[in-house]
Design a protein around this ligand. Structure first.
Ligand code: PEP
Ligand code: MG
Length: 603
């Protein structure tokens, strides 16, 4: 739900509550103001089927438990380290809780007991953890009644929370279930995977806030796509906000206010109205062309993460889809989509665009995008690389798993009658990858034609993402192989600066305006322009109206972004002249200090 139709918050809640207002700061990732009760999805019980094992498997099962313990420790230490961002009184409240959790995954009764159960009762690691958790909490609750009842309950809750964390890490289960999400609630949780975000229903949800996450990670992108006001990377949030408490999320300022006072609530309501007014004004731009004051036309397209966005794309006035992230087709399901199913999906999207072009990017698996069906069907291993962003990602997987690649290419080719279509390859780093991909593409087309399928004489253009420094710096060579470039500034920034795009701890270092990133964008753009080859930017940089004059000045004329950003970017295009942009870009590119560049661009 966006700010315009967020339900009026229950005023009584804030007035009645005994807890004081608490203001936290995070990374604003999706604009809008949300007011609503906290839905603590991390509170959902983890249901695990009891599972027996063979005696021969006890060692492997214990090793699984040890891995989950190590993973849990890492998560908790990370949360602990980030408490420094909080005011002192909040730190004092939250730190002991995390310390208690950390102690429990050390050489504690819980860990010893779970290990023993695996060997003695021959049960799986998750069953052992659940059984031991139950035994400990029962023992705590049956302590003498003259004991401190509140303290016993608190200790029991702590044990259960640690047990849940271990089980979640053992089962790789999403951190929560959204089934009980009440209408108008604000989802508050530790972290949200892109696949979890894809399950959210924006018409029921007021906003999202999480402890973890960065501005341009895939979860952030998904939330922007859904149009849900969101703030990620809010240190201490999970401990500061309790289920049912009222919370105000400001997806522009990046603030989260728990238990707002009456005054804060009133100000938040005014902000909701102001935001809605701005949105209404922007909507008027829908039918106006994206031209600069000196009459240069600019192409503004939308990125599509999930089919639910299609109506938004039409409303935003985007001229087609510049990046269809096909991962959505593979997420949150047990089996992989077959050729027919994929054909239908692509066809319906292309048809919905009514003659505007659609660029379909083939599956970009890897990094933070985990797709269970690929694991359950044995295409990728259960345990991924230590460093997944540098592993078997994007085109690398497709060139190894050619069945997967061929199925998707065949589906796109069968659907391309429905309208102008292009095919885009993710995570390219070498010329050989493009050549190999094109051979497979041609082979699939030949096979379809033999099968009697009527394909267009000229196949849809085959382009590549420029999202690694390797690709950007060999753009001149790649331009000889590819039909078009789409510059993915999200990964390009991450790989150039060695900063994880989805990681809150290093979010301040993630800077697409770093001269190294800008020089790579410039080099790749010029390589494409020399070849008279289409080139666009489809990373989050394209969605920032402040960055548009610089990108135009570098020679770019095509941008693809989350649909809701199109009106603001169009406004920026219509307010600028190309000659000014060229002068401005020249000045910016003379700078070497990212801070000065930021000042110039954001002025
Ligand atoms: C990018 O990396 O900029 C990009 C558009 O691809 P994705 O965000 O899906 O990784
Ligand atoms: Mg990318």
């Amino acid at each position: 739900m966006n700010a315009t139709d967020a339900p009026k918050p229950p005023r009584r809640l804030a007035v009645k509550t005994a807890r004081p207002e608490r203001r936290l700061i995070g990374i604003p990732v999706s604009p809008g103001i949300a007011i609503g009760p906290v839905f603590g999805a991390h509170e959902a019980p983890t249901v695990v089927a009891r599972h027996k094992i063979q005696a021969a498997d006890t060692q492997a099962e214990t090793a699984r438990l040890d891995t989950a313990i190590a993973q849990s420790r890492k998560q908790l230490l990370k949360l602990r380290a980030r408490l420094g961002n909080l005011p002192e009184d909040s730190q004092a409240e939250i730190a002991p809780l995390l310390d208690a959790y950390l102690q429990m995954i050390g050489p504690s009764r819980l860990v010893r007991g779970a290990r023993r159960r695996i060997g003695e009762t021959l049960v799986s690691a998750e069953t052992a953890v659940m059984d031991e958790t139950d035994a400990i909490t029962q023992a705590i609750m049956s302590m003498p009644a003259d004991d401190d009842a509140a303290g016993r309950k608190r200790r029991g809750d702590e044990v259960r929370e640690v047990g849940r964390r271990l089980v979640r890490n053992l089962t790789h289960a999403p951190f929560r279930s959204f089934s009980g999400l009440p209408e108008g609630a604000v989802l508050v949780c530790e972290s949200l995977r892109p696949a979890d975000a894809a399950l959210l229903d924006p018409s029921r949800l007021a906003g999202v806030a999480t402890d973890e996450g960065g501005s341009d990670g895939h979860t952030a992108i998904m939330l922007r796509a859904l149009g849900v006001p969101s703030v990620l990377g809010v240190a201490g949030l999970g401990q500061a906000a309790r289920p049912g408490e009222t919370v105000v999320i400001d997806g522009v300022a990046g603030t989260v206010v728990v238990n707002p006072t009456v005054e804060t609530l009133a100000a938040a309501r005014r902000a909701v109205t102001a935001f809605a007014r701005v949105q209404q004004k922007l909507a008027l731009l829908r039918r106006l062309p994206a031209v600069t004051t000196d009459r240069e036309t600019v192409e503004l397209q939308a990125n599509l993460e999930i089919p639910a966005e299609l109506p938004l794309i039409a409303q935003a006035g985007a001229a087609g889809i510049g990046l269809l992230r096909s991962e959505f087709l593979f997420m949150n399901r047990e089996t992989l989509p077959n050729e027919d199913e994929q054909t239908e999906t692509y066809r319906s999207v292309i048809e919905a665009m009514g003659g505007d072009p659609v660029t379909i990017r083939v599956l970009d698996w890897g990094g933070e995008k985990d797709i269970e069906a690929l694991q359950s069907e044995g295409v990728v291993p259960e345990v991924t690389d230590e460093n997944p962003a540098l592993g078997l990602r994007g085109i690398r997987l497709l060139l190894r798993e050619t069945d997967l690649f061929e199925t998707q290419l065949a589906a796109i080719l069968r659907a391309c009658h429905a309208g102008p279509t292009r095919v885009l390859l993710p995570m390219v780093t070498t010329v050989a990858e493009v050549r190999q991909a094109r051979e497979i593409y041609d082979r699939v087309a030949r096979r379809l034609r033999r099968r009697g399928e009527r394909l267009p004489e000229a196949l849809p253009p085959l382009g590549i993402m420029i999202e690694t420094p390797g690709a950007a710096l060999s753009a001149d060579a790649l331009a000889l192989e590819a039909d078009f470039f789409a510059i993915g500034t999200n990964d390009l920034t991450m790989y150039t600066l060695a900063v994880d795009r989805g990681e809150s701890d290093v979010a301040s270092l993630y800077d697409p305006l770093h001269p190294a990133v800008l020089r790579l964008v410039q080099f790749a753009t010029e390589a494409a322009l020399r070849m008279r080859m289409p080139v666009s930017v489809c990373g989050e940089m394209a969605a920032n109206p402040k960055l548009i004059p610089l990108l135009l000045g570098l020679g770019l004329r095509s941008f693809s972004m989350n649909a809701s950003a199109v009106p603001r970017v169009k406004q920026a295009v219509r307010a600028t002249s190309m000659s000014e942009c060229v002068r401005f870009a020249r000045k910016v590119m003379e700078q070497t200090d990212p801070a000065i560049i930021r000042e110039m661009v954001m002025a």
